[in-house]
Ligand binder design. Structure first.
Ligand SMILES: [Zn+2]
Ligand SMILES: [Zn+2]
Length: 321
């Protein structure tokens, strides 16, 4: 499924099988998760994608021919971080997620909305065997970014999750496993998302713009809605942190300084490092994280994107090849 221009639907196309360069794997795609970032790319909110582009950066597949790290037939995951320079000040200080020259899967490199993909094997992960292909796919971005965002939230006991989609449904499980209390904030009338959050163990679910039932120690904002940032700052106690986990968000409204005062912090989380991936892939089966997925055949990628855009997906949307 190919993006020819931002703002247009993906087009089903027969394209040449990608050829792996030195250090790359040819991966036969089994499943590919759909992330909100894919929507931002398709809708043109992320600038200058490779065009034409095969989107998709939560790839689960099998290695077609052995590389250095992986055997032929081995199952691998290909995440958003597709390549880094290894030389810039960020790469050299354990912050490859911020690499000046990073290349991202399904954005600057072709991704997994296809039968085959190539990936730099240094950036691929083994997939824990407990997870079938479909259920593994959302771990690769929803899970990884959620994990990084939760680390940035620190030791917070009372955790607010703003937007209860693919990432939040995973973070909720990890947070409860760590003994935290989870509060889910959604659109006021989104009974489905609120019910889903309660089923997963959130002790409260309600209107994101209303007051929380009690003060929070941290909040993670997954929904790409700038208006939620002052709402989340208002909900956290002194010393609390608000983490923005999305790559794109509508503009933040002007707000009084007192919302930040009291040593509250506001920060974003960008991309992932390979260390995040290894840590999370080891942790997920121990929790155990159970991903809830809605699957679509590859040719229905546009319908799947539409459902995600409309907030109708319960858990994560995944294309099954
Ligand atoms: Zn770099
Ligand atoms: Zn993503």
């Amino acid at each position: 499924m190919v993006l020819d221009a931002p703002g247009t639907p993906l087009r089903a196309a027969e394209i040449a099988k990608p050829q792996p360069a030195a250090g790359e794997l040819l991966v036969e795609v089994a499943a590919c998760g759909i992330c909100r970032t894919d929507l931002h790319v398709v809708d043109g909110e992320l600038r200058e994608p490779k065009l034409p582009l095969v989107p998709g950066h939560q790839i689960v597949g099998r290695v077609a021919a052995a590389g250095r790290r992986f055997e032929a037939g081995e199952r691998v995951g290909v995440p958003w971080l597709g390549w880094t320079c290894g030389e810039c000040r960020f790469c050299r200080s354990g912050r490859e997620n911020l690499c000046d020259r990073a290349r991202f899967t399904g954005y600057q490199r072709d991704g997994g909305f296809a039968e085959a993909a190539v990936a730099d094997e240094r950036f691929c992960f083994p997939i824990p065997e407990e997870y079938p292909d479909l259920q593994a796919a959302p771990l690769l971005c929803a899970g990884l970014i959620g994990h990084r965002a939760l680390r940035m939230a620190g030791e917070a006991e009372r955790l607010g999750l703003y937007g209860f989609g693919a990432s939040a449904h995973i973070v909720c499980q990890v947070a409860l496993h760590e003994g935290r209390r989870v509060f889910a904030f959604t659109r006021a009338d989104d009974d489905a998302a609120q019910g889903f959050a309660r089923e997963l163990g959130a002790e409260w679910a309600g209107d994101a713009l209303g007051p929380p039932p009690e003060e929070l120690d941290a909040a993670i904002v997954f929904a790409p809605v700038g208006e939620l940032v002052p709402a989340a700052l208002r909900a956290v106690a002194k010393g609390g942190t608000v983490v923005c986990a999305g790559i794109h968000m509508s503009d933040l409204p002007s707000m009084p300084y007192e919302l930040l005062w009291g040593e509250r912090s506001l920060r974003s989380v960008a991309n992932l490092t390979r260390a995040d991936g290894e840590e999370f892939m080891a942790m997920a089966p121990r929790v155990p994280v159970r991903t809830e997925v809605e699957s679509f055949p590859l040719k229905e990628a546009n319908q799947a994107l539409d459902r995600l855009r409309a907030g109708e997906v319960r858990g994560a949307a995944v294309l099954l090849l």
